[in-house]
Design a protein around this ligand. Structure first.
Ligand SMILES: O=C(CO)[C@@H](O)[C@H](O)COP(=O)(O)O
Ligand SMILES: [Fe+2]
Length: 224
């Protein structure tokens, strides 16, 4: 079983004080930094690129940076993020002409590779590529914005992907992203997630440590 990871999405952080925000959330007990990259093409929003990732590393961030690329086409930007200090790079299959090749590209640059399934993307997209992955990321909202409500059918999808990961016998993380809160994280964990992205639930709170510890306690109640 993979250890539990809480990965705050900096999409909901105060971008004017990003380094401090990331320091504070890691001090609050978070494990990874979830870094949402949007291109106003694959998704209808525009965020941050490799320069900001590099700036966080220069600022002194040592936690794993979990880069979620909502960028099409995706391949050209992969080496830039690897160079900028990304630890994991995840991408959407719709944004890659050759999914298997993009996975190899990410790994050849020394990063872990994840594949992201939108709410409407069938789990069969994992066929023939699951064994190459370090992580599967299930979107529980449509990508593009923070602060949306968790789509309940994702729970069934989590169970289906969990079965596939367990059957593979490999150490593949199962990450969930969108609408994760302290009050729904237990059922999400029970459905099979081990890695939890939360943006608005953490950064919109006054006390980051309180939310992160309530999330960890709720997950521990299910996963041990
Ligand atoms: O990738 C995305 C949105 O596309 C996410 O990472 C969101 O940023 C999560 O935000 P919350 O739903 O937790 O507010
Ligand atoms: Fe994300």
């Amino acid at each position: 079983m993979q250890p539990t990871v809480i990965a705050p999405s900096i999409l909901s952080a105060d971008f004017a004080r990003l380094g401090e925000e990331v320091d504070n959330v890691i001090k609050a007990g978070a494990d990874w930094v979830h870094f949402d990259v949007m291109d106003n093409h694959y998704v209808p929003n525009l965020t941050i690129g490799p320069l900001v990732c590099e700036a966080l590393r220069k600022h002194g961030v040592t936690a794993p940076i979990d880069v979620h690329l909502m960028v099409e086409p995706v391949d050209r930007i992969v080496p830039d993020f690897a160079k900028a200090g990304a630890s994991l790079i995840s991408f959407h299959p719709e944004a890659s002409r050759h999914v298997h090749r993009t996975v190899q590209l990410i790994k050849s640059h020394g990063c872990q590779a994840g594949l992201v399934l939108n709410p409407g993307t069938p789990v069969e997209v994992l066929d023939y590529v699951l064994d190459e992955l370090d992580m599967v990321l299930l979107m529980s909202v449509n990508p593009g914005f923070g602060g949306q409500a968790f789509i309940p059918s994702t729970l069934d999808k989590l169970r289906r992907v969990r079965e596939r990961i367990d059957a593979s016998g490999r150490a593949i993380r199962l990450e969930i992203d969108g609408g994760v809160k302290a009050d729904n994280i237990a059922e999400i964990a029970a459905a099979g997630a081990d890695t939890f992205v939360a943006g608005s639930a953490i950064f919109n709170a006054d006390d980051y440590a309180d939310v992160v510890s309530r999330m960890k306690a709720a997950v521990a109640g299910v996963r041990g």
